[in-house]
Design a binder for this molecule. Structure first.
Ligand code: HEC
Ligand code: HEC
Ligand code: HEC
Ligand code: HEC
Ligand code: HEC
Ligand code: HEC
Ligand code: HEC
Length: 332
């Protein structure tokens, strides 16, 4: 028995240390290029914009000679905390918006200088654009539907940094639901109905998915894209026709759930790339726990895990005590 426990104990300790090291590593990676001086420069530059483009800014805008459209400004506020924690939080506003907004009133043609995603993400966009062009939205809604229809460049944080699956689900489903759960937004994008030449009305999202029990609970636990994109290794941007959507309960509700490769696929892949094998092992273990989604089984697993930890502690304590006794005997 001992022979088995020792390597197990060492492996468990190593896994634990590796798990503790994850956030440290992730932070080092992004902040590596960012010196404190550079960060201060970015924050200072952005604070000039935040002087107006925040809730506080609308309440007490800085004095300018020009009249300010405060009603419009109210629709253009951003939260510095959220921006700073987002994918683009280490960037100057001007890097995307150009210098046309540096002074107020803003330049009349400042809007033209907005950088598109591919100016900085050329390689990724090449891969993603092909999938996006094949999606129902790009095919049916044409130029009305773009990358920023889903992506908020000031808010989003990539899945591998959000880590918590519930946060990932909330972020990614918010974009779909903002439109598919709102008549107002949907109407702005909806195509004309071929027969009536009126705007297509929004199919009710709960009615469409009536066959799925606890639909609203599912919206909180799984992403729309898990069922509405092909099950490829990395998330595809191709939202497929409804006939091709996933319908099989067992693709998620089984021990060998496809959710493992779907909802969690970025984590596994990125963790593997960044940190080697140990973390993906931890992750895949926690998936199994989550994927069972069976309260009794989960409780049993928790008890088993607790017993294991207690066992290991008792084992260690036993060894220390027996060593002390042995030493005392040797002395005496
Ligand atoms: C003195 C207040 C003030 C400052 C400082 C300010 N803005 Fe503005 N901004 C406004 C107001 C008011 C509007 C809306 C009226 C307008 O378009 O002129 C606006 C409009 C905008 C718009 C256009 C929104 C649209 O869709 O029409 C963008 C983008 C923008 N600002 C970005 C910035 C950036 C980036 C900075 C910092 C470099 C900045 N602003 C600094 C007051 C300000
Ligand atoms: C990575 C590029 C990028 C950065 C960095 C960026 N923006 Fe934007 N911003 C965009 C894009 C793209 C749009 C237009 C898309 C849309 O409609 O949301 C936009 C739209 C806006 C708008 C008008 C629409 C709205 O939602 O308010 C304002 C105001 C604005 N940005 C302010 C800022 C401020 C202030 C900062 C810095 C704190 C900033 N942006 C940083 C890309 C960026
Ligand atoms: C002016 C340059 C610039 C533009 C324009 C820009 N980004 Fe970024 N983006 C960056 C930088 C810099 C990072 C941070 C990279 C990092 O942390 O490793 C980033 C990070 C990201 C990330 C997370 C990191 C990853 O691995 O992909 C996503 C997602 C992203 N951007 C999407 C977009 C989208 C969508 C647009 C268009 C609306 C856009 N970006 C426009 C510069 C830009
Ligand atoms: C229908 C909504 C939607 C549209 C439109 C969309 N995306 Fe995405 N995108 C997502 C979702 C959901 C994710 C997954 C979130 C994550 O991985 O953090 C994602 C992830 C990403 C990522 C990070 C993961 C990766 O594969 O590198 C990038 C970069 C990105 N999108 C760029 C784009 C670009 C560029 C466009 C326009 C050609 C675009 N997206 C259009 C929904 C959309
Ligand atoms: C468990 C898998 C699953 C999830 C999760 C899911 N869907 Fe679906 N969805 C389907 C299937 C299957 C259909 C086809 C239903 C049919 O044709 O009867 C469908 C149909 C649709 C349609 C087509 C409506 C029509 O008839 O024109 C839309 C729009 C849609 N889903 C949006 C969403 C959105 C938005 C989310 C996230 C909030 C989501 N779905 C989550 C499986 C799913
Ligand atoms: C800004 C609005 C908007 C957003 C955001 C949006 N959609 Fe849609 N979507 C539409 C409209 C409008 C249609 C109707 C297109 C048609 O009937 O031709 C549609 C159609 C669909 C369909 C039906 C395809 C079919 O076969 O009829 C699915 C499935 C779908 N969307 C899923 C999603 C998912 C998943 C997301 C999030 C990743 C999303 N949509 C985000 C507006 C949106
Ligand atoms: C894309 C993956 C996916 C598909 C497909 C799917 N589910 Fe689920 N389902 C989940 C997840 C994840 C949860 C966990 C929700 C939680 O407990 O947080 C869940 C929860 C549930 C629950 C609630 C369990 C509880 O604890 O109350 C029921 C019931 C359920 N699903 C039935 C079904 C049925 C029936 C189907 C097929 C018609 C189906 N699901 C298809 C992912 C899926």
């Amino acid at each position: 028995m001992r022979l088995y426990i020792r390597p197990f104990f060492i492996a468990a300790t190593l896994l634990f240390i590796a798990a503790m090291a994850v956030p440290v590593h992730a932070q080092e990676k992004t902040s590596a290029l960012m010196t404190p001086e550079l960060l201060e420069k970015v924050r200072k530059s952005n604070n000039e914009c935040f002087a107006c483009h925040t809730e506080e800014g609308v309440k007490s805008p800085p004095k300018t000679d020009a009249d300010m459209d405060l009603v419009k400004l109210r629709t253009l506020v951003h939260d510095p905390k959220i921006f700073n924690g987002s994918n683009h939080g280490l960037m100057e506003c001007k890097q995307c918006h150009g210098t046309g907004y540096s002074a107020f009133p803003h330049d009349a043609d400042a809007k033209k200088n907005l950088s598109a995603c591919d100016e900085c993400h050329a390689v990724k966009v090449m891969r993603i654009e092909q999938q996006f062009d094949a999606s129902v939205h790009a095919r049916n809604l044409k130029d009305k539907f773009t990358c920023t229809t889903c992506h908020s460049p000031h808010i989003d944080l990539i899945a591998s940094k959000l880590i918590d699956p519930h946060k990932i689900v909330a972020q990614d489903n918010r974009h779909c639901l903002n439109c598919h759960d709102s008549d107002l937004t949907f109407a702005k994008f909806a195509p004309d109905d071929e027969k009536t030449s009126l705007k297509k009305t929004r199919p009710d999202i709960d009615t469409i998915h009536e066959w799925l029990p606890n639909t609203r609970l599912h919206w909180q636990a799984v992403r729309c894209v898990e069922c509405h994109t092909p099950p490829t290794k990395t998330l595809s941007h191709e939202i497929v026709d409804k006939e091709k959507a996933e319908r099989k309960c067992l693709s998620c509700h089984s021990a060998n759930s496809s959710l493992k490769t779907r909802l969690y696929r970025h984590l596994v892949k990125e963790e593997q790339e960044k940190l080697g094998f140990a973390n993906s092992v931890i992750l895949s273990n926690s998936y199994v726990l989550g994927a069972t989604r069976h309260p009794v089984l989960d409780t049993l697993l928790m008890i088993a895990f607790g017993a294991m930890v207690l066992g290991l502690l008792a084992h260690g304590l036993g060894r220390i005590i027996s060593r002390l006794i042995r030493r005392r005997k040797n002395r005496g």
